[in-house]
Design a protein around this ligand. Structure first.
Ligand SMILES: NC(=O)C1=CN([C@@H]2O[C@H](COP(=O)(O)OP(=O)(O)OC[C@H]3O[C@@H](n4cnc5c(N)ncnc54)[C@H](OP(=O)(O)O)[C@@H]3O)[C@@H](O)[C@H]2O)C=CC1
Ligand SMILES: O=C(CO)[C@H](O)[C@H](O)COP(=O)(O)O
Ligand SMILES: [Zn+2]
Length: 341
């Protein structure tokens, strides 16, 4: 089968590569339909990763969040036209202790391995899951990010002590919003408090019990457990505030990606017996749990539909470039491409 792969070759430059693909009985061919942009993709598009990383990873097709329709299943288990979510993490081994998304040997789409900006994506059979018919399609495009939120809260549940009175989220963007919707589902008896830098973004978190601008947090406010969803340069200040406002023995789940190392006040981490838990990416089990949560909770689906910030049909390389540029200036929500190349 001949396939067209849309690869980023250098900052803001894409090329089309025609490749011959073979499809084994254990694989499925998917035509991408709705693709959503992650911060990680923007760091490659704008050339923000270090030069040695760019040299090593490019050229590469971007995008690891998306849904598409099945074109061919050699085993006939998925009917042609079935909408499926594509799981970007592709493990090559099983470990009895380390989950697939923490195995250094795993391949991750749009991070050194071609993402879904292709005419067809050939995936291993266990890397696709059917999307229920009543799910909104642009919202379904970022189920991957929901699965990362699920992974974060699963790790929090596995690590935290018995105190679930107040869950604090630092970050008023996409990941913070997704984590907040999930906290409402998975910790229904907890108070949800969100900390952000923009009142106009915090206004979207109307379902939270309380929101604070980060320069207006009462000195005596305490959270039981915390999730850091900021990333970039904001991580350092967010982690410092978490350490200041979390109860002794609390767990902070760190999810924001920073290009530069950030300083952490380890003296306070030690003194208060805190746990800092890193969380990255997700695996099939997180996708299954995410789809189950969304299936069971129409209100969570509605809240996540409010996170669709920008949608546009793309048909040409110029459309793709324009779309990535629009996303950079988009204030609220996820940017979702209707993939029509
Ligand atoms: N661990 C993982 O697997 C994943 C990690 N990520 C990472 O998560 C991070 C966030 O992504 P996303 O939500 O899409 O990004 P957004 O830019 O949408 O959200 C981040 C928000 O946090 C705000 N912020 C910055 N500093 C602070 C602070 N100290 N306290 C509170 N809020 C702050 C930002 O404001 P401002 O814009 O003014 O700085 C912005 O509104 C990125 O680094 C991304 O790469 C994303 C997906 C998966
Ligand atoms: O977004 C993510 C998962 O959804 C991860 O943060 C992303 O995969 C990190 O990749 P990279 O190391 O290439 O920046
Ligand atoms: Zn991502």
């Amino acid at each position: 089968m001949l396939n067209q792969v849309y690869r980023l070759v250098s900052a803001r430059q894409f090329e089309v590569q025609t490749v011959a693909e073979t499809v084994s009985a254990d694989q499925i061919v998917v035509r991408p339909r709705f693709l959503s942009v992650c911060h990680a993709d923007q760091r490659y598009f704008t050339g923000q990763r270090p030069q040695n990383v760019l040299r090593q990873k490019l050229p590469m097709a971007l995008i690891h969040e998306g849904v598409g329709t099945v074109v061919r299943d050699p085993q006939g288990k998925f009917a042609p036209g079935t909408l499926v979510v594509m799981i970007p993490n592709t493990p090559v081994e099983h470990d009895p202790i380390v989950p697939e998304n923490y195995l250094p040997s795993s391949k991750f789409r749009s991070s050194g391995y071609n993402g879904t900006m292709q005419e067809y994506v050939v995936l291993n059979r266990d890397r696709v899951l059917a999307v229920p018919a009543d799910f909104d399609h642009p919202m379904s495009a970022f189920i991957e990010m929901v699965s990362v939120g699920v992974q974060g809260l699963t790790q929090l549940q596995a690590t935290m002590d018995a105190d679930a009175r107040v869950i604090g989220i630092w970050g008023d963007g996409n990941l913070g919003y997704i984590a907040a919707t999930l906290v409402k589902q998975l910790f229904p008896d907890s108070q949800l408090v969100v900390f952000g830098r923009h009142q106009s973004k915090l206004d979207y978190f109307s379902f939270a019990d309380k929101t604070y601008l980060v320069d207006q947090i009462p000195a005596d406010l305490k959270v039981s457990q915390a999730l850091e969803c900021t990333g970039g340069r904001g991580s350092e200040a967010a982690i410092a505030q978490i350490i200041r406002h979390i109860h002794p023995l609390g767990t902070a789940v760190l999810m924001g990606v920073s290009e530069e190392p950030v300083a952490i006040d380890t003296r306070s981490v030690l003194a208060e017996g805190l746990t800092l838990r890193g969380v990255s990416r997700s695996g099939r089990a997180d996708f299954e749990r995410a789809i189950q949560i969304l299936t069971d909770s129409p209100v969570t689906r509605e809240r996540l539909q409010n996170l669709v910030g920008l949608t546009q049909k793309v048909s040409t390389i110029q459309d793709i470039i324009d779309f990535f540029e629009r996303d950079l200036t988009n204030y609220w929500g996820k940017a979702v491409m209707e993939w029509d190349v």
